[in-house]
Design a protein around this ligand. Structure first.
Ligand SMILES: Nc1ncnc2c1ncn2[C@@H]1O[C@H](COP(=O)(O)OP(=O)(O)OP(=O)(O)O)[C@@H](O)[C@H]1O
Ligand SMILES: Cc1ncc(C[n+]2csc(CCO)c2C)c(N)n1
Length: 304
């Protein structure tokens, strides 16, 4: 999934049933597990945390997701970012990833030495035709069933522009690339045939791909702030929404035409129907504040 990879076209009837309803609950992995306002991470879903190479600005948030996760993978320099959030090896040893994978050109020598000493598998894939993000997704694919899999990818936005576009590409690519082990055509992501979902988490936002048909997105106001965007990255899309300050009514959206950015959540459940895959991004409450309690992660036991 690198510079040369293409996105297969969707379009089979099973792929894009206009009556499909997809429900999204991005709050469940962000919420404080102590909070009663938001449902806990569903146990039926396997949660994977994929750490990309961007500074971890919200340690508490990442450690909450870590605790909720069954699989933790660092893409190359993502391991430096994980290493850096801990002040000593005692606490660091409580948070060992399942693997570090990539071309390993960004993995710092002392970080590599540390994780090798802890028996973390460090996998070098030298290909220059796919990114470390793509290699990490492939690793998860080849080790874990993608059905009922939710991947939270930390980082991916806010640094290099080409990397940021690649992150959006990854959302599309992953949707239309079936598990290579199965060699099967892509499956729709619907209630009847759940497949894996990717949420890209950045300091301020959670970003994911919505599918053709009706999407209902749970956006509790104690987790999300108001700004959101509905972005037809792949191709023009006809979109109808409810629950927003500026709703769309069968609107033709496209790059160069109309795109809904700087929109606002009004309701705690947003409905978006679309005829094509589109990117949805929503602002996380408190995202602008970096962790105030670095001290707590440097103690031997992490306060959550
Ligand atoms: N500046 C950035 N902005 C956004 N995402 C980034 C940035 N740098 C790295 N990433 C993400 O983290 C992953 C690991 O990055 P790393 O720096 O370790 O390798 P890289 O050599 O820069 O990236 P790649 O080999 O994937 O091109 C990348 O594949 C990408 O998804
Ligand atoms: C058409 C095309 N464009 C760019 C690259 C370069 N590239 C894409 S992913 C990657 C790995 C980075 O670690 C590199 C170097 C390519 N191979 N093919």
């Amino acid at each position: 999934m690198g510079g040369g990879s293409s996105i297969p076209q969707p379009g089979t009837s099973s792929e894009t049933s206009p009556t499909a309803i997809t429900r999204w609950e991005p709050a469940v992995f962000l919420a404080d597990p102590e909070s009663s306002a938001v449902p806990k991470c569903p146990s039926r879903s396997t949660l994977a945390l994929l750490i990309l190479n961007q500074e971890i600005t919200h340690r508490r948030r990442i450690l909450t997701i870590w605790r909720n996760s069954h699989i933790r993978v660092c893409a190359d320099g993502g391991a430096n970012r994980l290493y850096n959030i801990f002040g000593n090896d005692t606490i660091r040893a409580q948070f060992l990833p399942d693997c570090i994978i990539g071309d390993l050109d960004s993995l710092l020598p002392h970080v590599r030495t540390y994780y090798a000493s802890q028996n973390v598998p460090i996998i070098r894939d030298p290909s220059q035709d796919s990114t470390d993000f793509g290699k990490a997704l492939n690793w998860i694919d080849s080790h874990h069933d993608r059905r009922n899999m939710t991947i939270i990818a930390w980082g991916g936005f806010g640094g290099r522009v080409d990397q940021s576009f690649h992150s959006i590409h990854a959302l599309y690519y992953d949707r239309y690339t079936s598990n290579p082990a199965e060699k099967a055509p892509p499956k729709p992501l619907s209630e009847s045939a759940p497949s894996r979902r990717i949420y890209i988490l950045s300091s301020l936002n959670v970003t994911f791909l919505l599918y053709p048909g009706m999407n209902t997105i749970s956006t509790p106001h104690d987790v999300f702030w108001k700004t959101c965007g509905i972005i037809p990255c792949g191709e023009p899309a006809k979109i109808t929404t409810s629950g927003l300050e500026w709703n769309l009514d069968n609107a033709d959206t496209s790059f160069g035409g109309m795109v809904s950015t700087s929109n606002h959540l009004k309701e705690e459940v947003i409905k978006i129907s679309t005829d094509k895959d589109i990117v949805f991004t929503v602002e996380i409450r408190g995202g602008e504040k970096e962790d105030e309690d670095l001290v707590s992660v440097n103690e031997d036991r992490v306060a959550m």
